[in-house]
Write a protein that binds this ligand. Structure first.
Ligand SMILES: [Zn+2]
Length: 307
């Protein structure tokens, strides 16, 4: 049988393309956005903007609601203070409307005191648990010195700014034997788009969340506990059904994220972005379409990044 040359050519091109795609999928465990965003010159009118700050193996996530309200989830380690403050000031932010301390570990509240001293804070949420560390005491001292109050939150509590609705879906209990389990997990709904911020929630807490009746479906998930081995079980990932995952890790980490987490995400065709190597990740949405960028405002402090 003779095959027409142009069909042959098309077939050949198809095979080559399939080969390239397969090799790419096999080799790449994470995605890197090719789009770099300069937030000082970009117009993001009517867009929700979520920034996952590149501060090594620690969390600090800034959410800008389209009408200008700001929410900060966690504030990294002590050594991340300079980059976090610079990042906020670069955006012209002087007030944080809601500050969320997901749980009292130093990689989440380490710079909280500096942030509280340097910015006007509207409301502070944390889970009802304390911790006998300098980082936690400094956080509480800063709250006291500025005459602020902490609102202890748990699953079911919520707040909103215009069309951006925030709900805590964990913790669902008052007592745990691991501080990570106390993590305030926040779901943000804006238009038809949802974001899930897991703090360091992992393990049995994910089953509790699954057994609660919250709608977990989210387009973007910040994986819990820096992608640790029990941070993304398949049943949880299936329930959330994200298209994008973000993991906060430092460049020289060998055990985080765990390879099994990356392969679960890959097998489910979830675009996975790690802060390591590509810097602060910025995700924007008009409530329908989601765009992923790398921030041009880079963290160059190796002490902050390596921690
Ligand atoms: Zn952590």
């Amino acid at each position: 049988m003779r095959i027409k040359p142009h069909i042959k050519r098309t077939y050949f091109t198809f095979i080559i393309l399939l080969f390239i795609i397969t090799i790419n999928l096999y080799l790449r465990s994470d995605n890197i956005s090719t789009k770099v965003i300069d937030l000082q010159t970009s117009t993001l009118e009517n867009k929700l903007v979520v920034h996952y700050l590149d501060i090594g193996q620690a969390d600090c996530i800034l959410i800008q609601e389209p009408k200008g309200s700001t929410v900060l989830i966690d504030a990294g380690n002590k050594l991340d203070s300079k980059y976090i403050q610079g990042y906020l000031l670069n955006l012209g932010i002087t007030k944080i409307d809601v500050l969320i301390a997901t749980h009292p570990h130093a990689d989440h509240i380490g710079s909280m005191d500096d942030i509280i001293y340097a910015f006007e804070i509207g409301k502070i949420y944390s889970p009802n648990v304390d911790h006998n560390t300098t980082a936690y005491r400094d956080f509480i001292d800063a709250v006291d010195k500025k005459n602020y109050k902490i609102t202890y939150a748990s699953a079911g509590d919520h707040f909103s700014f215009n069309d951006a609705n925030f709900q805590f879906i964990s913790p669902n209990q008052n007592e745990y034997d691991d501080l990570n389990f106390f993590s305030l997990v926040t779901k943000l709904d804006y238009g038809n788009v949802s974001f899930l911020f897991m703090g360091d929630a992992e393990g049995k807490v994910l089953n509790e969340i699954l057994n609660s009746n919250y709608n977990l479906r989210s387009d973007v998930i910040k994986i819990g506990h820096h992608g640790g081995v029990v941070s993304a079980p398949i049943n949880f990932i299936k329930a959330v059904d994200p298209t994008i995952a973000v993991i906060t890790v430092r460049p020289k980490s060998y055990s985080y994220p765990h390879f099994s987490v990356l392969s679960t995400l890959k097998e489910n065709a979830i675009e996975t972005y790690l802060t390591k190597g590509q810097g602060t990740i910025v995700i924007t949405s008009d409530g329908e379409i989601i765009d992923v960028f790398r921030s041009s405002y880079k963290n160059t402090d190796s002490k902050s990044l390596d921690q």
